[in-house]
Design a protein around this ligand. Structure first.
Ligand code: SF4
Length: 335
């Protein structure tokens, strides 16, 4: 049996803040505590070796938090995280080091993720030397090779981040991630801040790297065009929960969840002929107070009484596909 590269089981992330003086007083008087933010709530997901999994949802749905948990930037509040079959709780110090180097993250805003006071040679070359992957004497050559691999002129290695364009800075971020020889990249809206023509070039770079280095990707984006172009499978997230997972072409052809359908209806996509633009109804509810039952029921055009009280489970709807919607139970019963 193939062991997934990364597997999450029932993972959650809760953000709390310390109550202020008035809130502490209120708690003492028996009033309710301030609400906690469940950014990720009971997510189970697997990413297989060499695959590109897309993670899609509106802003505030928890997808970036989930990506940061995978990349080790945030700790989880609950659930299991397995890397190459081994649960985090049982990791040795060496397992933890390997997982943290193997999984690297590419951020949306390259400028804020690069130290403006460091030269590119230091930004790219520091980590592999610190981790003993490259001898200090070989650092310059290693940096030059990485710059070339991501399409940058190695002659610019002594420059600072502000001397590059947005697209070039994103390439520097990619070279920095590749410097520690990762096998898994978490790309969080990695092309969202770039001009459309530059976006295409950076997306092509991601595809080339996948081919050349056999990388696994978790590609987080709100842009369905990017996801359709780049990924093998896609997971749809709504208010902290996964609502649908399946192969990308099938999800785009025939979504099994009304939220996925709404996202597709709303997105302008190339090569699909004339489409009627249907905006998604209503605002994303606050994750501080998610609706009971199905979290999408306040916006769903197919809402039924059961949706307001009972949260649907993720269930198989076709081979390799799961979705969480009571409509699929109804269809099953009717068949
Ligand atoms: Fe809509 Fe009900 Fe399905 Fe939720 S469970 S997506 S409210 S039909």
């Amino acid at each position: 049996m193939n062991v997934p590269h990364v597997a999450l089981r029932d993972v959650s992330k809760i953000f709390t803040r310390k109550p202020d003086f008035a809130e502490r007083l209120a708690i003492r008087l028996g009033l309710p505590k301030p609400p906690v933010l469940r950014a990720v709530d009971g997510v189970s997901l697997e990413v297989n070796h060499g695959e590109a999994l897309g993670l899609v949802g509106e802003s505030g749905c928890g997808k970036s938090t989930l990506g940061r948990i995978v990349a080790g930037v945030h700790g989880k509040s609950g659930g299991e995280f397995r890397f190459e079959g081994k649960e985090e709780a049982g990791w040795t110090a060496e397992d933890a080091r390997r997982a943290r180097l193997d999984i690297q993250m590419i951020f949306q805003d390259p400028m804020s993720s690069l130290n403006p006071r460091k030269r590119i040679a230091d930004i790219i070359g520091e980590a592999p030397v610190v981790h003993g992957m490259v001898a200090r004497a070989d650092r310059e050559t290693a940096v030059a090779e990485l710059m070339q691999e991501v399409g940058l002129d190695p002659g610019y290695a002594r420059r600072f981040p502000h001397q590059f364009s947005g697209g070039q800075r994103q390439r520097i971020g990619i070279a920095r991630a590749l410097a520690v020889q990762p096998k898994f990249l978490v790309c969080d809206e990695a092309v969202a801040a770039l001009d459309v023509s530059i976006q295409a070039q950076v997306l092509n770079l991601f595809m080339d790297l996948r081919e050349r280095r056999g990388l696994t990707y978790l590609f987080i984006s709100h842009d369905l065009g990017v996801i359709e172009h780049l990924t093998d499978r896609v997971a749809i997230m709504y208010l902290g929960r996964i609502v649908e997972v399946g192969p990308t072409p099938e999800i785009f052809r025939k979504p099994a969840h009304p939220y996925t359908q709404a996202l597709l209806d709303e997105a302008p996509r190339v090569g699909r002929g004339r489409r009627v633009y249907v905006p998604l109804k209503g605002e994303l509810p606050s994750p501080l107070a998610p609706p009971p039952g199905c979290r999408f029921h306040t916006r769903c055009p197919h809402v039924m009484p059961v949706c307001k009280t009972t949260a649907p489970d993720l269930k198989p709807v076709a081979p390799g596909r799961i979705a969480a919607c009571h409509l699929n139970d109804t269809t099953e019963q009717e068949e």
